[in-house]
Write a new protein. Structure first.
Lengths: 293, 175
């Protein structure tokens, strides 16, 4: 009998290996949507997470609140000083907005790349495996969330939707971005044109994004703001990404690479806004053309 | 009936794992040390040591099922946790026959289990290029903190569940 038993074990190992390779191969490619069982399990666990998340976040928030209380006085002083500045800015902003809208109307072009419709969501869990910078939010396809939408906090962009279930979806954080998730972006410079570049990954050691492909003659200063350009065809434009911290020439000396510090805190995220670009995205347009023809 | 309790506890631990990040102080969790909670695995190892007899493999099957669920919910790359957990629990189940089931024996087995599974996960993920961390960095920044953090959880979990699981095991085997 022992030989038979051993053969059985060998078979189990072999079958296990084949299943492993097949499943990885199936799931690692860039899929448009999840399979139904995956969605089902994701939503089931998502609901349980929402239930448990409530008391946990209550405790978590009250600890945060107590910590914040000690800093309130100083913050108040600074904010008061800033408030008068903002009043002027708000008026200016309002006037410019109206101007812009009127001009657009006269041109007959009402949609702009920066228009989007927001979907509010709460973060209910973070991937427990630290190789994956992902988190789960409590909005899904039923609420209008779809793959590749941008995800923001009030401070700035934090990531994009990696996959959407029916009622919950997975967000890939900026810190988990690699070469296959590029963001076409602009560096806003004072009194000059915007400089174009692509966000192409994340430097884990320093916690900064890599903005590559900037032309050599464009001078960037430390502290320049980086926003999304919307020209990549996926995200809306004008999403705040981060500030330039350091500029170096790339390894061949043909372009510059900037290290960008994200505005948003990528670790302590509670509430996010999922952003649906109003102008059709590239993929949607393709589909529409297919439908028309 | 008791078998369903085990599944329920596993499910609860799986859900809690996603919240571990916000439960623990953020300075610790988001420092350079990368800690991965393997709570489901910990519990299933205790099941393998105290519940399963020599001829039963409940923990292995649970490991497979909840490994797959972990893959679906937290990583999106199917099969990795499933195969790793099943294999590691099987190996520990095998070694368990030669070691006394007391606290020290169990903790040694659990440490071995966590090291095995985390390393196996690292190897698989570096094969499919999810990570490109070099071995040395992995050992110091990830493996050691992971083992330490999970052992703390094990020390909390052990007294709570050990007696109960031994009891369930006797009920099953006497029936």
């Amino acid at each position: 009998m022992p030989s038979l038993f051993r053969r059985k074990r060998l078979m189990a190992v072999l079958i296990g290996f084949i299943v492993l390779v097949a499943l990885i191969g199936f799931s690692i490619r860039d899929r448009d949507s999840l399979t139904t069982p995956e969605k089902f399990f994701k939503d089931t666990v998502g609901w349980m997470q929402s239930i448990i998340h409530k008391p946990v976040s209550l405790v978590d928030n009250s600890v945060d609140n107590i910590q914040n209380m000690f800093e309130v006085y100083e913050q108040n002083q600074v904010l008061k000083a800033r408030l008068s500045e903002y009043k002027g800015v708000i008026k200016d902003n309002q006037r410019l907005k109206n101007d812009n809208a009127e001009l657009r109307k006269t041109m007959g072009k009402t949609e702009s790349l920066s228009d989007y419709s927001p979907i509010q969501a709460t973060v209910i869990a973070r991937s427990s495996d630290r190789w994956f910078e992902q988190m789960t939010i409590n909005r899904g396809e039923e609420h209008g969330v779809a793959k590749d939408m941008a995800v923001l906090t009030s401070e700035g962009m934090v990531g994009k939707i990696k996959s959407a279930g029916a009622f919950h979806s997975t967000v890939q954080l900026l810190s988990g971005f690699d070469r296959s998730n590029k963001i076409s972006s602009w560096v806003v410079r004072k009194d000059k044109n915007e400089a174009f570049g692509l966000i192409e990954g994340y430097d884990g050691e320093s916690g900064r994004l890599l903005l590559k492909g900037i032309k050599l003659d464009k001078e960037l200063k430390k502290g320049d703001t980086v926003i999304s350009s919307g020209l990549g065809g996926v995200f809306p434009s004008n999403l705040r990404i981060g500030t330039v911290e350091e500029v170096v020439n790339d390894q061949f000396g043909l372009t510059k690479t900037a290290y960008v510090k994200p505005f948003a805190d990528l670790f302590n995220i509670n509430h996010v806004i999922v952003v649906d670009r109003s102008v059709q995205t590239v993929e949607n347009e393709d589909q529409k053309e297919d439908g028309d023809s | 009936m008791k078998r369903y309790y085990i599944a329920l506890i596993c499910l609860l631990l799986l859900v809690m794992q996603g919240m571990a990040m916000s439960l623990l102080p953020s300075k610790l969790v988001y420092s350079n040390l990368l800690m991965t909670p393997h709570w489901v695995l910990l519990f299933l190892l205790i099941v393998a040591i105290f519940y399963d007899r020599d001829k039963t493999y409940f923990a292995v099957w649970y490991g497979m099922a909840f490994g797959l669920l972990l893959d679906i919910v937290y990583t999106g790359i199917l099969g990795v946790y499933m195969v790793t957990y099943a294999l590691v629990i099987y190996v520990i189940h095998g070694i368990n026959k030669t070691i006394h089931s007391n606290f020290i024996g169990a903790s040694l087995l659990v440490i071995l289990g966590i090291i095995l599974s985390d390393t196996l996960l690292y190897v698989i993920y570096s094969f499919v290029q999810i990570t490109s961390m070099p071995w040395g960095t992995y050992l110091i920044l990830r493996l050691l903190p992971t083992v330490a953090a999970n052992m703390i959880f094990f020390i909390i979990l052990y007294p709570v569940v050990k007696d109960r699981i031994t009891q369930w095991s006797e009920v099953i085997n006497n029936a």
